[in-house]
Design a protein around this ligand. Structure first.
Ligand SMILES: CSCCC(=O)C(=O)COP(=O)(O)O
Ligand SMILES: [Zn+2]
Length: 206
């Protein structure tokens, strides 16, 4: 296990938390952040702290089943969702979860199981979408305090989807986004947050 890789992942997680906090996406103790290490272990935020004020002690290691490597460490309550992404997508190297106003409001107001994003230039931030004329159906899943059951629902949704976008919403709760590395995950989160903020404005104006 490389301490250098863990230190680099911890630094990336701290910086990502500060950036998400600057945008107001991790209010109170909301949100969690992780990075997959080269040995397959996952570096993830501890449960409960403010993600805009993380220090190195705020990041710990878990295995792909979400079990802490060090007895007594308490990883994010949503570790199972991070691990579900890493297990399903071998190319995923970083996962971000936030609770922004547009995500929370839109997912509460949308009765359906997806939010369609179309006509946005920023869609080009996503893999396989070379033009604004493309669209993303961003899955929306019902919230569940039982994270193992919620992950089973996420897996079932992925099973029945053709193309899976690298993100989904949990109704009234938040957003999950992933990428090959932290810069890619952050770029996708920013693009989705921007488009969802536009959707919120459009629905207000309608
Ligand atoms: C006060 S936010 C409720 C828990 C949550 O949804 C979240 O994102 C933060 O949980 P964690 O255990 O990762 O701190
Ligand atoms: Zn959450």
């Amino acid at each position: 296990m490389s301490d250098d890789a863990f230190a680099a992942a911890t630094a990336a997680i701290i910086t990502a938390g500060q950036r998400m906090d600057r945008f107001g996406w991790v209010p109170a103790t909301a949100g969690n952040i992780s990075v997959r290490l080269p040995d397959g272990v996952v570096a993830i935020t501890r449960s409960g702290g403010h993600k805009g004020f993380l220090d190195a002690q705020g990041v710990i290691r878990v295995d792909l089943e979400g079990r802490p490597l060090r007895a007594g460490d308490r990883p994010s309550a949503e570790t199972g969702l991070h691990c579900g992404i890493y297990r399903r997508f071998p190319e995923a190297g970083a996962v971000l979860h936030g609770h922004s106003v547009p995500v929370t409001h839109l997912s509460r107001r949308s009765a359906g199981d997806a939010i369609l994003l179309q006509g946005y230039e920023l869609l080009k931030a996503f893999p396989g979408l070379p033009t604004h004329a493309a669209a993303i159906a961003l899955p929306v899943l019902d919230n569940d305090q039982d994270i193992a059951r919620l992950q089973r629902a996420v897996d079932a949704r992925w099973d029945m989807s053709g193309t899976v976008p690298p993100g989904y919403l949990i109704r009234g709760h938040g957003i999950y986004v992933w990428g090959a590395d932290m810069p890619t995950a952050l770029l996708r989160l920013e693009a989705l947050e921007f488009m969802l903020a536009c959707e919120l404005e459009a629905r207000r104006a309608a």
